[in-house]
Design a protein around this ligand. Sequence first.
Ligand code: GLY
Length: 289
Amino acid sequence: MVLAHGGAANDPAVSDGCQAACQAALAALADGAGALDAAVAAVVVLEDDERMNAGTGSTLRLDGSIQTDASVMDARGFGAVAGLEGIKNPVRVARAVYQTPHRLVVGRGARELALRLALAEADLSTARAREKHAARMATLGGGVFAALWQDVPEVFWKKAAQAGGACDTVGAVVRAADGTFAAAASTGGIWCALPGRVGDVPIPGAGIEVGDAGAVVATGVGEVIWREHLCARVHQAMMRGVPAQRAVDQAIADITRSHPDVDVGLLAVDRTGGGAAVTREMPWARAER
Ligand code: GLY
């Protein structure tokens, strides 16, 4: 079974992209790939889909730069990158980190690893992302990056949050025929982020978690997801025997109570099924052979 999402606060009309991602994962499994590489295959499709905030089409940061985070995980290991620039498929770099003794490689080192492995470079900015950035910056009054340092930060980010569409990370969870689980996630981060800001995606237990009970990925405002250890919490519930759908429903109900204004979504797969839940809206799809 495969579930893939195109990000909390993204338009559910782009769920066809999530279905294409699920099909890529199923095709990888049919070709003999394990759960981890199937999850990577799904996320590559989502990163290449300009309608999603990951890989090509990533959200621009306050200074107009693009920095991406990605992670992969199964019950045996974890690999992640953060603050990666100019690499087409960040999830492939995270997959490479998984094979090293390290767990998280950031910035220049992550880019150098990608280049040494001959992974494709790309300009990840699209006309659509640049237009969205310009429109959002206009709502903040222009010249904003300079103004940020003079303004009261909470006031600034409150205004930014009101501009809407904070985040739309992508991710996938997989249960292979042999019963193994894996997850992968990738993001351009949230709107109005400082250069160098890192969210939940490359943090195990926050934006991604895989263990004996199943696999979980999150999407939404990383600072909240991280603080709540959201994916670890869902996995712990599944370890106690709570089915995947009920576990994600419960976690979203909790977040809605504690952070009523924040967009968050979750996907999970367990031994018998899968589940998706979101505070507002999120494109996603599920497929199984
Ligand atoms: N959930 C993606 C981020 O906050 O960066």
